[in-house]
Write a new protein. Structure first.
Length: 126
């Protein structure tokens, strides 16, 4: 019984971590045209006490910002360029898909453990 509850805890923590990842991916996508925006990266770490996974601290991508040529922009320097963002939509869409699939896999594990727990309770009631 304890193993089933532990598996529920593991899968729930995985879903929470992937939800955090999706939140940061959506922030990156919404700021793709924001000048000076650095892409946010989320990492995962294991909680030593419980063995669950959680989203680690958010880090900013240190890759160089795109230089955008727009001499009419008030942010432009003397050469007519300004710093854009370093968000690549293709990468963000791929990250979102991966997070979605990981979330769905954790959800299936959660549903299976819940179903097994319910079946166990049904057997114990008889």
């Amino acid at each position: 019984m304890a193993d089933l509850i532990t598996s529920l805890s593991y899968s729930a923590s995985g879903m929470e971590a992937q939800a955090a990842r999706l939140r940061h991916v959506s922030e990156n996508i919404s700021n793709v045209d924001t000048p000076g925006y650095h892409r946010k990266l989320v990492s995962f770490q294991e909680n030593i006490d419980s063995g669950t996974v959680e989203a680690g601290p958010v880090k900013l991508d240190k890759s160089p910002l795109d230089r955008v040529y727009d001499p009419g922009n008030p942010l432009s320097d003397a050469s007519g360029h300004y710093d854009g963002s370093n968000v690549d939509l293709v990468v963000e869409v791929a990250d979102a898909r991966e997070a979605q699939r990981s979330y769905e896999a954790n959800l299936k594990i959660f549903d299976q453990a819940r179903s097994m727990t319910q079946s166990l309770f049904d057997l114990l009631r008889r």
